[in-house]
Write a protein that binds this ligand. Structure first.
Ligand SMILES: [Zn+2]
Length: 474
């Protein structure tokens, strides 16, 4: 009986979350006459960075002193999820507050409709100067249209590491110094994505300095190699990255190193904002578009599905004058970011938004548990996360991974509290719960928004080759 009540309250929370944005729109409506807060906004997305790599989440040995400092100056959301575990669709959700089945950008070769209203567009219409820099070609305006509304945009022609990216960012921040006009800045770092980039001291930060990762003929990476998708096993890009390495731990260590390296660069950016006198007027958001599998469930160096390692993302939001050193363990997701930021700025949230404003809830300490939708590219896998459980349904059969074939109709149910590694499928053990979660997932995916027909992205040969080499197309 008690369980039903809990689920009922989850369903109510989900309907609010999924649907109609009751709380956010009513809050925004009540402030229509107010002048917006002219805060600058900086959003960093560190591609493929896992939530458990953030030291402030206390789940790993990785050191992220600058992000920890940011968490001390703001709010750290320990249970933030992406709504789809693929780069382009996830960023489209972040900037539009639409679910993937609304914006229909379901892969890295998708292009969102120009009818969709994006966060930068809204801010621009209220007088913000909008800027952004990305480091994957399929995020470029002419391919994905995700940066719609960004005026000063640095496309990715060649991938820049975080220090090169920062060179442009620093110049941008210096140019904005002293200006009355607020700015919006999106910075996309790629260093935490394969091939993980951990230069200099970061390479061996989490791996013994005297150990040879190329020693031994049948090390752990050789075993892992067999689990790679077939198109990865004969891939020159992967071969160049991992050539000769036999110890998978070394590669995992470089992932960790790439996080510390990214943290260092975030620190430099914050230092510049402080030095320029911009920090006190800047909302700073750090997050990721999805996580990464590092051997869990037999999946290596890829993101997909909806296990915790790929679905959970870091999320820290720092607002001038806002709560400090706060840790929120309730569920939030990337679809909530746009309504939250707009509410902080006292700007109306557009009717298209699926997410909820969670800032008001944090301040009034009434953040409900809610439920979160997570999908795999193309809706091949759909799932719902509640404070305690996760229900997963496979909608297609696709043998992408030898160890993890997608099987149409397959269902999974995990107790995240008792089984955080998601190893024990309870679907047959808890049929009543499964039934309720099926309904909850259906509710989350219901409610038709305007039909945003995505367009076909124009992809040049070089980008096509890169997509193929990273395993995004076959
Ligand atoms: Zn990504």
């Amino acid at each position: 009986m008690r369980k039903s009540w809990i689920l009922m309250s989850l369903i109510i929370a989900a309907v609010v979350t999924a649907g109609v944005l009751l709380s956010a729109s009513s809050v925004a409506d009540s402030k229509k006459t107010a002048e917006p807060h002219k805060y600058n906004i900086v959003i960093i997305t560190a591609d493929a960075m896992r939530a458990d790599m953030l030291a402030a989440n206390r789940e790993s040995e990785v050191r992220t002193p600058h992000l920890d400092q940011l968490a001390e100056e703001g709010v750290n959301f320990t249970r933030a999820y992406c709504n789809i575990t693929t780069t382009t669709p996830s960023h489209a959700t972040l900037f539009s507050s639409l679910y993937p089945f609304d914006h229909k950008a379901y892969s890295n070769t998708s292009r969102i409709s120009s009818k969709i209203t994006t966060l930068p567009e809204i801010l621009k219409s209220h007088g913000w100067h909008t800027a952004g820099i990305v480091n994957l070609p399929w995020l470029n305006s002419d391919v994905s249209n995700v940066p719609q509304g960004i005026d000063e945009f640095q496309s990715c022609v060649k991938i820049r590491k975080a220090d090169k990216t920062n060179k442009w960012v620093m110049k941008f921040l210096d140019r904005q110094k002293g200006k009355k006009q607020p700015f919006f800045l999106w910075v996309h770092y790629i260093d935490t994505h394969t091939p993980y980039y951990a230069p200099g001291e970061y390479e061996r930060m989490y791996y013994p300095k005297d150990k040879d990762p190329r020693a031994g003929k049948s090390g752990s990476l050789q075993k892992a190699w067999k689990m790679f998708p077939k198109h990865h096993q004969n891939n020159p890009f992967i071969d160049k990255w991992l050539r000769g390495i036999t110890d998978a731990d070394y590669v995992v260590a470089t992932t960790k190193g790439s996080v510390s390296w990214t943290d260092h660069n975030v620190g430099e950016m914050i230092a510049r904002l402080k030095r320029n006198g911009q920090w006190e007027n800047t909302i700073f958001v750090f997050t990721s578009d999805h996580g990464e599998s590092l051997g869990e469930h037999g999946l290596w160096f890829l993101h997909g599905g909806s296990f915790e390692v790929t679905a959970r993302v870091p999320l820290i939001i720092r607002v001038p004058g806002g709560p400090k050193n706060k840790r929120i363990d309730e569920l939030v997701s990337l679809v909530d970011i746009m309504p939250t930021l707009l509410t902080i700025l006292k700007i109306d949230v557009p009717a298209q938004a699926r997410g909820r404003d969670f800032w008001e809830s944090i301040q009034s300490r009434k953040l409900s548990g809610g439920a979160v939708l997570v999908e795999h590219a193309g809706a091949y896998i759909i799932s719902v996360v509640t404070p305690r459980y996760k229900y997963i349904r496979h909608r297609k059969t696709k043998d992408v991974y030898p160890s993890y074939p997608m099987k149409k109709g397959k269902e999974e149910l995990y107790d995240l509290e008792a089984d955080p590694k998601e190893l024990k499928n309870l679907i047959k053990v808890k049929p009543a719960l499964a039934k309720e979660l099926r309904k909850l997932l259906a509710d989350l995916r219901s409610g038709k928004k305007e039909d945003f027909i995505g367009e076909k992205a124009k992809i040049d040969e070089q980008t096509e080759e890169m997509l193929r080499s990273l395993g995004y197309t076959q």
